[in-house]
Design a protein around this ligand. Structure first.
Ligand SMILES: Nc1ncnc2c1ncn2[C@@H]1O[C@H](COP(=O)(O)OP(=O)(O)OP(=O)(O)O)[C@@H](O)[C@H]1O
Ligand SMILES: [Mg+2]
Length: 382
């Protein structure tokens, strides 16, 4: 062990965890940039908590090493690692008030004058007026902020958060996402946040690692992952994608493919390599990129757009948008989201329509994958 100062970044190399014959986390390499807000996103049981616990030292990795900055902490016990964890259940001390809950870490280390630091933390989490409240006198969101302050007062290099907003209702959850993001920006330390909520991960994180069955499928900035998913799992788990099975007929700057008797174009550099004529391809397009035209207006669709015909099977009015499910030769249940600006009263179930979109917004995926991977199931596992 060296005494070099540790940076805030987390580096996992070849880290894995097996329980008997079951592999919870496959050998994993992961670098979390210093000062970033990093999210581990995935469905229940994919290995998020196990990964986080290996960073914290609460779980011993089967293989691999954990570095915090330049320091190998793989063999260090949890309390010797410069990390703190915030869990879903905040586990505040019920008999201590907010001030004393936050002061706990300092007092345990024998720090006498805690007032200034606790006041700073109270201000950071905007609970100055609640210092003398007990946890049961606070809302869920307020308790959660106390838990964050209690961890941050120890000045960890890295703050680990395991579904910290899981117990909150949706509206409060959305507020707390922005609040946590503000706190992270203000303190500037690395946050590693575990969640199964894709919207939460995209709202908060600079970098998102999408996990599936113990592996990281793809990692990147939220917009990058959303616009350029590389696997069907990522395409379906992060938002919604239409994945149309197609056959490649031509490869140039654009790839031309046929699906359901029609022709679709997409940029070759948005296709998996290698693409060859005669091969199969999944043509991907996000629901909000598609415009829905009534079949009677099909002649007015500008040329150069990708288009495919169908019949509206279902509509749901969401408020800001209307979501349509369209069945056609290219696929059943194609999803189209239209903003509610001027709704076309003809767009009702049974109506014949044409879906059209900019070819540049289209992405290609390897057709050897499960088209349904990562899509929500009936139980809503995602
Ligand atoms: N102590 C253990 N013994 C055996 N299997 C375990 C143990 N801990 C975790 N697992 C298994 O490892 C897998 C990953 O668990 P983990 O808790 O990391 O999932 P997760 O992604 O955090 O899920 P969730 O979103 O439900 O919290 C699961 O299939 C789980 O059953
Ligand atoms: Mg978990």
């Amino acid at each position: 062990m060296t005494d070099t100062p540790t940076g805030g970044d987390v580096r996992l190399t070849g880290i894995s965890k097996t329980y008997g014959s079951f592999t919870a986390v496959h050998p994993l390499d992961l670098t979390v940039p210093e000062g970033s807000f990093f999210a581990l996103l995935g469905a229940s049981g994919c290995g998020k908590t196990t990964t986080l616990r290996m960073i914290a030292g609460l779980e011993e990795p089967t293989t691999g090493t954990v570095l915090l900055g330049d320091r190998d902490v793989t063999d260090l016990p949890p309390h010797k690692r410069p990390v703190n964890t915030v869990f879903q259940s905040y586990a505040l001390f019920p008999h201590l008030d907010v001030h004393e809950n936050i002061a706990f870490g300092l007092r345990r280390r024998g720090v006498r004058s805690v007032r200034r630091q606790v006041d700073e933390m109270l201000e950071l989490v905007q609970l100055g007026d609640k210092a003398r409240h007990r946890p049961h006198q606070l809302s869920g969101g307020q308790q959660q902020r106390v838990a964050v302050a209690r961890a941050l007062i120890n000045h960890p290099r890295v703050l680990l958060l395991d579904e910290p907003l899981g117990a909150l209702d949706l509206k409060l959850r959305r507020r707390m996402q922005l609040e946590l993001k503000r706190i992270q920006t203000e303190v500037g330390i690395t946050f590693v946040h575990v969640t199964h909520d894709q919207e939460e991960a995209m709202t908060m994180a600079d970098t998102v690692a999408v996990m599936n069955a113990g592996r990281v499928e793809q990692m990147g900035a939220p917009a990058e992952l959303y616009d350029n998913p590389r696997t069907t799992f990522v395409a379906n788990f992060l938002g919604t994608s239409n994945l149309i099975e197609a056959e490649v007929v031509e490869v140039g700057a654009d790839v031309v493919a046929t699906a359901g008797g029609g022709t679709l174009r997409l940029p070759a550099d948005r296709c998996p390599a290698p693409v060859r004529a005669g091969g199969r391809l999944l043509v991907g397009i996000r629901p909000e990129k598609i415009t829905l035209a009534h079949a009677d207006d099909a002649d007015a669709i500008p040329s150069g757009r990708n288009r495919t015909a169908g019949r509206i099977a279902d509509t749901s009015f969401i408020g800001v948008s209307t979501q349509y499910a369209v069945d056609g030769p290219a696929g059943t249940g194609l999803q189209v989201y239209e903003q509610n600006i001027e709704r076309d009263p003809r767009l009702v179930p049974g109506a014949e329509v044409v879906l059209h979109w900019n070819p540049a917004h289209t992405f290609g995926l390897d057709a050897a994958q499960d088209v349904e991977a990562g899509a929500p199931t009936v139980e809503g596992a995602a």
